[in-house]
Design a protein around this ligand. Structure first.
Ligand code: 1DF
Ligand code: MN
Length: 340
């Protein structure tokens, strides 16, 4: 059986965003060291950086050729990290609107090959909620992309909850994609070169996802669905201990912000999260995630163009699972969560 493969965490950037990044890098203002480590590198002169920056801006024939070469029928496109989240609120909000318009245009040109998530600027939560609604209702986008923390702030802060309220009402998911740790966290990662996709991304984003659970976001928004990459940023591996320690901390009142929840932390992970295989083309961990979250909660992603390996789908094609479960992984789970 040949599968229709949908890839759910596929990055793009556009000249307008990269121009803003260049301006920020050249501004002489104190820069987030994580941002500098990402875009100081990619907008530099190395051949690897130039090739990536060329691929990431292609929303047409070049990208479709790469998809054909790697067996991908359709990409769910999302604005690359850190999106618009590093700018001041007015700039970020306006930029998100413009980039979403351009994304929707690319999807209209290639409706069978692309779908997209709306970029939003959590810096202005009310405007972010409004842009998510416009993105879904007017532009036909399929959810929101948020590249983890926004200038050191996390979405468990109730000031951001208008975004979750909108997502829940629109019945669309929020994809929480990694970025580098914020200034208060990055030091010990950056000094040894581990702040990026190699490890720092997952630590920071896993923390972010867990904060959503322990702060009670899903008791307030029980229908909210979060999509996380990299097989849940290691949270599935931690579930037993998190449940155990959460129970103990609630019982002994050890911290004011670890309080009683309606369910166990692992229950929210199973009921309010989808995880994708982005960057994790490795059978043991995919099978592990399926075994603890269920085959309906794990979907395929490639992490194009950052982790573009043309023959990579062989790994998932060869998983020792039924064709029916493989179709869930490649196609049906994505169609359900993104309402394709
Ligand atoms: C990297 C990887 C950078 C991913 C990303 O955003 C990113 C990287 C700037 O390797 O530097 O999204 N990724 O998701 O694999
Ligand atoms: Mn990614």
């Amino acid at each position: 059986m040949t599968h229709l493969r949908i890839a759910a965490e596929e990055a793009f950037a556009l000249p307008e965003l990269l121009d803003h990044y260049r301006k920020l890098l050249a501004s002489g203002a104190p820069l987030d060291p994580g941002f500098l480590s990402l875009w100081g590198h990619y907008l530099g002169k190395s051949a690897q950086a130039t090739a990536l920056v060329s691929r990431i801006q292609d929303l047409g024939e070049g990208r479709i050729r790469d998809m054909d070469d790697s067996g991908i029928a359709r990409q769910i496109l999302s604005l690359t990290a850190p999106g618009v989240q590093v700018f001041e609120p007015a700039t970020a909000t306006a930029l998100a609107i413009s980039l979403n318009d351009q994304l929707a245009e690319a999807v209209r040109r290639h409706p069978g090959r692309f779908a997209g998530l709306a970029a939003i600027a959590p810096q202005n939560p009310a405007e972010a909620a409004r842009e998510l609604e416009r993105g879904v209702k007017t532009l036909g986008l399929k959810g929101a992309i948020i590249n983890s923390h926004t200038q050191g702030e996390y979405l468990d802060d109730p000031k951001f909850w208008p975004i979750f309220e909108a997502a829940e009402a629109l019945r669309v998911p929020v994809y929480i994609h990694p970025t580098t740790p914020p200034p208060a966290m990055i030091g010990p990662f950056a000094e040894c070169g581990l702040a990026g996709a190699i490890f720092g991304f997952a630590v920071e984003t896993g923390l972010h996802l867990l904060r959503l659970i322990t702060s009670g976001v899903f008791d307030r928004f029980p229908a909210l669905q979060i999509v996380a990459g990299h097989l849940g940023e290691a949270l599935p591996f931690w579930m037993f201990r998190i449940d155990f320690m959460h129970r103990a901390m609630v019982a002994n009142g050890r911290h004011p912000r670890i309080g009683k929840l309606r369910k166990k932390p692992s229950d929210y992970l199973k009921e309010n999260f989808y995880v994708t295989t982005s960057g994790m083309a490795w059978q043991p961990v995919i099978l592990f995630a399926q075994s603890v979250l269920g085959v309906d909660r794990v979907l395929y992603a490639q992490d194009y163009p950052y982790q573009y390996v043309p023959e990579e789908v062989q790994v998932t094609d060869n998983l020792p699972i039924s064709d029916a479960d493989k179709q869930k992984l490649y196609q049906l789970n994505a169609e359900r969560v993104f309402c394709l």
